[in-house]
Design a protein. Structure first.
Length: 603
């Protein structure tokens, strides 16, 4: 629950006025008092003069009228006694029934004392009119667990997307039966492990290019509630002078794991022989599998909290080598570990290579790694203008073109981890707004404080974020997990005349979900790369249809590299439509979306 003082700060101030909050001094003092917190105590850089350019995306939270009303239970709302209480979980856009409309999956947590009935994994079917129906009861997904992350993909190539969900306890594999129901096949698939594990980042990845989706699973730490002192028991664990739970320093770690798909519904643990098991994991969170070095094989990048982030380079022989430090994506530009939480993967400078955007704790900046070619990266955070914002804890992130101008923007949700602190220090509110950086081109961004609509400025303590076009109107909408509140569904009400193109890839020799494929859209002088990802943001999954804003361009050429390395080119595709491309067959279907249906009459 937000205290009145903090609520007043965020409700009655504009975001521009809120910039005057005396944050940095408090944050720096807190850093010294809470052991294990990875934050550099960065003083924000001065903001430049606003560009004044129009921004044609406008976000409104339509969750309630769309039918997303159940709160996402995760720990106690007023106090977080253990680190698990504060971590939150992911969300997903997915088309589980193959009707061409994005449905919604929302994960859940629990409470240590009696968990309310709302504490369950939920799935919502898209009604195709701007609303959703909660179909959890008949889906087979309605578990009450401490869930963290999700990855979506068709692991058995039967044409329907399956779900793997990481949890504190035991992870879950749900097979999509193709009739609106799911079956728990975790044990049958060989994915149960003895003991209690703290699963975090997970992603489907066809690491050996055999056409079957394998599975990468990270573990945040080893967490034993009975052996962990709760908030207030360790005098060394405070933030801004307020007793809080102890963070990561000294907590035991658990290695990441890799499971090979046997093709018969089962998996084999290949963690040791692949080289994954031998890498010190640190405290890993979000995982993203993509071809970062352009060699046609999927690598795996993992954002790590309070430890160097990891880049597992694919050696093409069933093994990986961890090369995060050598590639420039383990640490900040000044060589420090950061509190890596969320990941946005995209091509912000439209040079045809995948870049990385990663979110961190407050009193620090997010980081933007520019891919300089062959998978080598350069930290361009301050050069890009991202040093102006250090007030918030960043979580789910995206590198997505929100205004269809042909230049991917940067977005992340925020939320403090200590609800107790604001009662004594209102300068550290638990609920905070989202952050949006508009891409100005030339490698530069500017933070939009009020121009993107009321949905961006709403204060929540958010975690997972998914990006997708739920109303099929040609722009990107945003789904956000909020701690102990209903999710936010930010509908994008676009204006202007910018064009767009959606691409849905269907594998044949490759895995049917085409996870690991990469498409480059060529329009004007730009070459924008996007990858078909099975996890990114914060433990979340985006709409698998790749969305390219094209600006003034009315056509684009497509260059596709399928997960098995085969390349395919399509010379000219008209804008403002969805194209479905089957491996080896080119465009097999197109769809022109109609105008947005507005059933929300009181917005």
């Amino acid at each position: 629950m937000t205290c009145p003082t903090a609520r007043g700060i965020l409700s009655f101030m504009t975001r521009r006025q809120a910039l005057a909050l005396p944050f940095t001094a408090f944050a720096a003092r807190g850093l010294a008092q809470n052991r294990g917190m990875a934050s550099r105590g960065v003083t924000p850089t001065l903001r430049g003069k606003p560009s004044g350019l129009p921004f044609h995306a406008h976000f409104v939270n339509v969750a309630r009228t769309a039918g997303l009303r159940s709160p996402v239970i995760y720990g106690d709302a007023a106090n977080h006694d253990y680190i698990l209480d504060s971590m939150g979980c992911g969300v997903a856009f997915l088309d589980y029934d193959n009707d061409g409309w994005q449905d919604i999956l929302v994960l859940t947590g629990r409470r240590w004392q009696a968990s309310p009935p709302e504490a369950m994994i939920r799935i919502y079917r898209n009604n195709r009119d701007g609303t959703f129906t909660d179909v959890t009861a008949k889906s087979g997904l309605g578990r009450s667990v401490w869930a963290m992350g999700v990855t979506v993909g068709d692991y058995d190539n039967d044409g329907f997307d399956d779900l793997f969900i990481t949890c504190w306890g035991q992870n879950l594999l749900f097979h999509n039966n193709g009739d609106g129901t799911f079956t728990d096949v975790t044990e049958k698939a060989g994915l149960l492990r003895p003991g209690t594990h703290f699963g975090s980042g997970c992603t489907w990845v066809d690491y050996d290019r055999d056409g079957k989706l394998d599975l990468f699973v990270a573990h945040y730490m080893v967490f034993d509630k009975d052996a962990t002192p709760p908030r207030g028991k360790d005098p060394a664990c405070t933030y801004l002078g307020v007793p809080v739970y102890c963070r990561l320093d000294g907590l035991p770690q658990e290695p990441c794991r890799l499971y090979h798909n046997n093709g018969n519904g089962t998996f084999t643990d290949v963690s040791e022989k692949s080289g994954i098991l031998g890498v010190p994991a640190g405290y890993p969170l979000t995982a993203a599998a993509a071809d970062f070095d352009g060699d046609g094989w999927q690598d795996i990048y993992v954002a790590c909290d309070t430890s160097p982030s990891l880049l597992f380079r694919n050696n093409h022989d069933g093994t990986f080598t961890e090369q995060g430090l050598e590639s420039g994506v383990s640490l900040s530009e000044d060589g420090q570990a950061q509190a890596g939480m969320g990941l946005g993967i995209g091509d912000f400078d439209t040079d045809g290579s995948l870049d990385i955007f990663k979110t961190h704790f407050r009193a620090d900046t997010p980081v933007l790694y520019r891919n300089t070619g062959k998978g080598n990266f350069r930290d361009v955070t301050f050069r890009a203008g991202l040093g102006v914002e250090t007030r918030f804890v960043g979580w789910g992130a995206g590198m997505v073109d929100l205004d269809n101008d042909g230049l991917p923007d940067l977005f992340f949700a925020t939320g403090m981890v200590y609800p107790e602190v604001e009662r004594k220090q209102p300068e550290s509110p638990y609920k905070t707004p989202c952050v949006l950086y508009r891409n100005l081109g030339g490698g530069k961004f500017e933070e939009l404080l009020e121009e993107a609509g009321p949905g961006i400025a709403e204060a929540h303590s958010s975690r997972g974020v998914a990006f997708g076009d739920f109303d099929n109107d040609g722009d990107i909408d945003i789904l956000i997990m909020n701690m102990n509140e209903a999710p936010s569904l930010l509908r994008n009400d676009m204006s202007g005349t910018n064009h767009w193109l959606k691409v849905l890839l269907v594998g044949v020799a490759s895995n049917r979900s085409a996870i690991g494929a990469q498409a480059v859209a060529v329009y004007g002088e730009r070459r924008q790369a996007q990858a078909v990802l099975a996890q990114s943001s914060y433990l979340s999954v985006n709409d698998r249809r790749l969305h390219f804003g094209l600006g003034a361009a009315t056509t684009a050429a497509l260059e596709i590299r399928w997960p098995n390395g085969v390349e395919e080119k399509i010379a000219k595709v008209d804008a403002d439509q969805l194209v479905v491309i089957r491996e080896g067959s080119g465009v097999i279907r197109t769809e022109h979306f109609g105008p947005r249906i507005n059933t929300n009459k009181h917005e």
